[in-house]
Design a protein around this ligand. Structure first.
Ligand code: URA
Length: 187
């Protein structure tokens, strides 16, 4: 395991997959490095690639609103992605690109030691919870893996496209708030 400085340095200059050829910025992740709650998306979009920060485009604005519903914000949770460089035209990151990048996220998780990880969308849920994860059926459910509570909710981009998914996501957010209360009551 690398410390934060070594990890960030290596990630910022990474050439382990083809995405390095088209990126403007590596999007490492943001937030307190002792956060209880971590959100993981799939990969940077256009704005994220230009600014070097996760979830700063349209989906990011919705994510901020979703966080605020349950009294979370960028000040108290860590936000990262499965792949740190933008896939061209926002296509899904390839399995090989995810394989090349996942070590950075695993190292981030090992350093942060979050109590809760929330996957944003199908790609992160399949990668972190279960390769057969079905987001439509399993969003909002909880599993514990290596002592960390894990769940997935719809990706904010999906909620922008399909507002009918929003009420279910509201329930999932309330369930997340409840889980946070549980783990914080235990400390
Ligand atoms: N979508 C993601 O999955 N991650 C981002 O950082 C932005 C949009």
């Amino acid at each position: 395991m690398m410390d934060w400085d070594a990890l960030e340095k290596m990630c910022m200059t990474c050439t382990a997959c083809g995405l390095c050829a088209t990126r403007h910025h590596v999007v490492f992740g943001v937030g307190p490095r002792d956060a209880d709650v971590m959100f993981v998306g799939e990969g940077p979009g256009e704005q994220e690639d230009l600014q070097g920060e996760p979830f700063v485009g349209p989906a990011g604005h919705l994510l901020d609103d979703m966080l605020s519903i349950i009294d979370l914000s960028r000040e108290n949770c860590y936000i990262a992605n499965i792949v740190k460089c933008r896939p061209p035209h926002n296509r899904d990151p390839l399995e090989t690109e995810q394989d090349a990048c996942i070590g950075y996220l695993r190292n981030q998780v090992a350093l942060i030691r979050p109590k809760i990880i929330v996957c944003l969308g199908r790609i992160a849920a399949k990668r972190l919870i279960n390769p057969d994860f079905r987001i439509t059926r399993e969003h909002g459910s909880w599993v514990q893996k290596n002592g960390v509570w894990m769940s997935a909710i719809y990706h904010p981009s999906a909620l922008l496209r399909d507002v009918d998914k929003r009420p279910e996501t509201f329930d999932d957010l309330l369930s997340l708030r409840e889980k946070i209360r549980e783990i914080q009551a235990r400390i």
